[in-house]
Design a protein around this ligand. Sequence first.
Ligand SMILES: [Zn+2]
Length: 378
Amino acid sequence: MANNLKQTTMAWGSPGRYIQGPNELNNLPKYTSKYGNKVFAIIDQFFYDSLTVKLKEQYYSAKNEFYSTVFKSEITVEYISTVSEEAKKFAPAVIVGIGGGKTLDSAKAVADDLHLPVIVVPTSASTDAPTSSLSVIYLENGEHSHARHYIKNPDLVLVDSKIIADAPARFLVSGMGDALATVFEAKANEASDSPNYIAGESGEFRRTKTAMVIAHTCYDLLLKNGLKAKIAAENHLVTEALETIIEVNTLMSGLGFENTGCAAAHSVCEGITAVPDAGKTLHGEQVAFGTICQLVAENASEELLKEVINFCLTVGLPVTLEDVKVNPTKENVKIIAESSVKNSYWAAQPFPVTVESVMDIVFAADAFGRYYKDKLNQ
Ligand SMILES: [Zn+2]
């Protein structure tokens, strides 16, 4: 159902700074020194040993104090309060998070607890979460608990494109899936005039024209650079196409979703996560299939459906239920539809849906995916 706003005030939000380039992590001490000389870092388990040694040397030679803690399990309310206590004892001037989404979300939460600036350093371009002003909190058993919202986005998002190029290419491709949805979800929110996610603590606001321009450009750059970037990432090379897709996946998609809003594509993604085996696929992979579902729901033109599905097939994003590890049974699709309608961004679409209509949309998207897959193999 359309979620019409009752006023015309717009809002825009973004990180304070965004810096991206090869080997930029080496410059971290230079960037943190703008905030003070005591740095508390939360670092992903995978990078902890190698990075801690290197960063300690750099900070000590710069006569700055550096304290690091490892992120290794789950981002829960208890974990955040434990790390916040640890940080308080050290009394840092700035918090840094280096790693995947959960590590960065932990750094954002600890910085909020201590009222300090936060710098996030994503080690893959797999989602658009680094730039956002929220953390997703989980329960000890790995189940989603809630989103914690902040009054500001990270102070600095620092992206080392060499680290992204060294990560598995599948992460970059997944990020393209998340970015693929951005323009279609933005247009749905525009059509229904739904509120974006900026300054939610102060009210509901409309999207700016700036946000819409970014969402459109995000899609154009994705189509032009997706395959070239994937091939570069598979060979761990930093090229202009890879740099473009890192920016598309991280900054453009991030600014786009937060400043315009999610819609059907992310609703279907939420539904897919309710099917047990789908946990083996990545967020952006699920969003890519969700995007095809959204286009079916909107009765998009055949040309557009073909363009989006062919893009997915070219870069290796899912186009069918089987591709997202969902056995295409009525029972599974009902789980997707029910969960999708319950945890819903469907309200951002300018038309109503029911569990039954979403089931048909998902089956139809799956059929389109198979149709174009077969055509490609002919
Ligand atoms: Zn997403």
